[in-house]
Design a protein around this ligand. Structure first.
Ligand SMILES: Cc1cc2nc3c(=O)[nH]c(=O)nc-3n(C[C@H](O)[C@H](O)[C@H](O)COP(=O)(O)OP(=O)(O)OC[C@H]3O[C@@H](n4cnc5c(N)ncnc54)[C@H](O)[C@@H]3O)c2cc1C
Length: 441
């Protein structure tokens, strides 16, 4: 048969190679479904040979770090990837804490931060933020464990303790020889702690007597030291005390049934005529204003942790989507999936730049602005929640299975959204700052 001449060279070659009458005959015996699949396989987009690297630092925020800070970031990331990622899902599912990791935490923190460190304030605001981000990028429970142990318990002793108290407790906490917890929230007083704690402290000839109840105390089931805030019946001001495990009248009961941060061991604490010597009162806590100062610092760290959690969810989502084939191509090839991924990355980039600037201002001024920290906590909370929800959806049904990690990030985001001041409390703090009007009550 004479070759057919066609205006397109590609089609012309095809007609020369294919025996058309035979092909038409066999196509006639193909069912519509088979024909559809054939068309799809001809037109389907294949995954590129080499995929772009998965990178949640799209604006090179790490370029803003010093070489020393970048080394800390690398060290923490390597530790979390090697030691924590492989085991954390099963601990989460069982609601248990990986005590086996405690010795390696001590080694990791000594290696990356140095043994010269004496108290949390020795970690600068930027590196503290990067640390929070890197921990939560792999697991927000491990971040929370350290946030309570180091940030809140060690932080209180560091900020409010006497020299003698620092000498006695800081190093053992820093080296994980003694574990710390921190108790401000009560069963009936959550957001309203500034308006009045019901846990009381009464002065007597031997020291202080504490009575009351606390809720949510992180690490408390196995903690050695609890920083407890109570209202002094003498002057009605909030004071801080270090209560040691085993003190008569100090009762701890693990909180069960959590749907988020299941690795973190939270507890209800009851204080029944607990005697604490004056040597265990933190002299720097003179009222709620001092506690609020510490909360401001902690909120900045939580904003960084929210950023890390969103990064972790994005990276796992993109990795999954690269490998999930539907309709004959990776789902990353669909416009709607790409929109979700870009929305996640945009949120993360906004969170990273906001947190970095917050920490830079903290370093410049030597103190954190409570209002700025609250804005970061509220904004990052919203963006984190949106980010993990998009990720969970991109994984379809697998988005609710722990095996792919995104489900864990999705659930844990809810706890970060509420602790260290709820979204509403942080919004009202900023609202008061910009309007001059308090809308709390
Ligand atoms: C996983 C986890 C770990 C925690 N770890 C610790 C810990 O280690 N130590 C510790 O002391 N605490 C801890 N907390 C407690 C945490 O700080 C509180 O949960 C938080 O402060 C909110 O208090 P609440 O849960 O009692 O909520 P509530 O105060 O009862 O608030 C309920 C809702 O009402 C809203 N609301 C309240 N007042 C107002 C208002 N004036 N205007 C508008 N809305 C309002 C809140 O925003 C919230 O949405 C932890 C909590 C969680 C979930």
């Amino acid at each position: 048969m004479a070759p057919v001449t066609l205006p397109f060279a590609g089609l012309s070659r095809l007609f020369q190679q294919v025996r058309l009458p035979e092909m038409m005959r066999s196509l006639g015996s193909v069912s519509p479904q088979e024909f559809g699949l054939l068309l799809k396989s001809i037109t389907s987009k294949r995954r590129p040979e080499r995929l772009p690297p998965i990178n949640s630092d799209f604006y090179d925020i790490s370029d803003l770090l010093t070489e020393e800070e970048r080394a800390v970031q690398r060290g923490v990331r390597a530790y979390m990837e090697q030691r924590v990622r492989p085991i954390i899902g099963s601990y989460w599912e069982r609601g248990e804490f990986p005590h086996e990791l405690l010795p390696s935490f001590a080694v990791m923190t000594r290696e990356v931060l140095g043994d010269r460190l004496h108290g949390i304030s020795a970690i600068g605001p930027v590196i503290g933020g990067i640390l929070a981000m890197e921990l939560a990028r792999v697991d927000a429970s491990i971040y929370t464990f350290l946030g309570v142990h180091w940030g809140l318990a060690m932080g209180s002793i560091d900020l409010f303790g006497s020299d003698e108290q620092k000498q006695r407790w800081l190093m053992p906490i820093q080296r994980f020889e003694r574990i710390g917890t921190w108790s401000l929230t009560e069963p009936d007083v959550g957001s309203a702690t500034a308006a009045g704690l019901t846990t009381t402290a009464r002065r007597d000839e031997h020291g202080w007597v504490l009575n009351g109840a606390k809720k949510w105390c992180g690490n408390a089931p196995f903690a050695d030291l609890n920083v407890v805030f109570a209202r002094d019946l003498g002057d009605n001001q909030v004071k801080g005390f270090v209560v040691e495990r085993g003190t008569p009248g100090y009762h701890v009961e693990k909180l069960e049934g959590k749907i988020a941060l299941r690795v973190v061991q939270n507890a209800d604490v009851r204080l029944e005529n607990v005697h604490v010597p004056e040597a265990n009162r933190l002299p720097g806590v003179r009222g709620f204003r001092d506690v609020a100062r510490q909360l401001g610092m902690a909120r900045g760290h939580v904003a960084w942790a929210m950023t890390g959690l969103a990064m972790g969810a994005y990276e796992r989502t993109l990795d999954y989507a690269n490998n999930r084939i539907q309709f004959g191509r990776p789902i990353t090839g669909f416009q709607l999936v790409q929109r979700g991924l870009v929305q996640m990355l945009g949120n993360i980039t906004a969170m990273q730049t906001m947190c970095m600037r917050l920490s830079q201002l903290h370093a410049r001024d030597g103190k954190v602005s409570q209002e700025r920290a609250s804005l970061a906590k509220a904004f990052c909370g919203d963006k984190m929640r949106e980010t993990v929800a998009i990720g969970r959806n991109i994984l379809g049904g697998n988005g609710i299975l722990l095996a792919h990690d995104v489900a864990r990030f999705f659930a844990d985001a809810e706890a970060l959204y509420s602790y260290e001041g709820t979204h509403e409390m942080n919004t009202l703090i900023v609202g008061r700052a910009v309007t001059g009007m308090s809308a709390f009550i």
